[in-house]
Design a binder for this molecule. Structure first.
Ligand code: GRF
Length: 195
């Protein structure tokens, strides 16, 4: 049984998809949902399912990024996770943090990496006139959005798409891809899947 901690910053729709999959697919169990924002609505959604939740407010650390990360590591380590899933987690993690969990930390990014690392991925795909977009689950390494790819899902970009309509279409695929990749990763399968 792999113990899974999930890190969120907002609504946690990917977190909910991961929790639902852990309820139905054996092999993984959620041990903590933690957010950098105590007001993240995903915290209440996780607590409503009986999952332990906590918050480490990055704002109370000001510019002390390592202080924030030390507090985050303390919370995470107490839960003894085997796997960490970043799910809509919007803080950039330092190489020191990554080193503690490297090899067992996943992230979902709303683009077909290596295209469009960073923010505003849908706006950038639209501006580029791309025919398709999608999402990527990858291992987290010290290089932002650049770790080994574990899975990707593609969607078409339609002529009248806006960033909102495209992100909604991609989000549907995120909710399918992330659980599939988590359960594969939990059983040691690291060859990428392309949905
Ligand atoms: C999603 O686009 C996801 O790809 C990105 O954050 C956005 C919100 O995710 N990582 P969630 O709804 O909070 O899971």
């Amino acid at each position: 049984m792999k113990r899974v901690a999930i890190l969120i910053s907002g609504g946690g729709s990917n977190m909910l998809a991961l929790l639902a999959s852990m309820n139905t697919t054996p092999g993984c169990m959620p041990v903590l949902v933690v957010s950098n924002d105590p007001n993240a609505t995903g915290l209440a959604r996780a607590a409503a399912q009986g999952v332990p939740v906590t918050a480490v407010d990055h704002r109370s650390f000001g510019k002390d990024r390592s202080g924030f990360e030390a507090a985050l590591i303390a919370q995470l380590s107490a839960a003894k996770p085997d796997i960490l899933c970043l799910a809509g987690f919007m803080r950039i993690l330092t190489p020191e943090f990554v080193r503690v969990f490297e090899g067992r930390m996943l992230n979902i990014h709303p683009s077909l990496l290596p295209k469009y690392p960073g923010l505003n991925t849908h706006e950038r795909a639209l501006a580029a006139g791309d025919a398709e977009a999608g999402c990527t689950v990858h291992e987290v390494t010290a290089d932002l959005d650049a770790g080994p790819i574990l899975g990707q899902a593609r969607v078409p970009i339609l002529p009248d798409d806006t960033a909102d309509t495209l992100s909604a279409r991609v989000l549907v695929q995120e909710h399918l891809l992330y659980p599939m990749v988590l359960h594969r990763f939990a059983t040691g399968q690291k060859d990428p899947i392309f949905a």
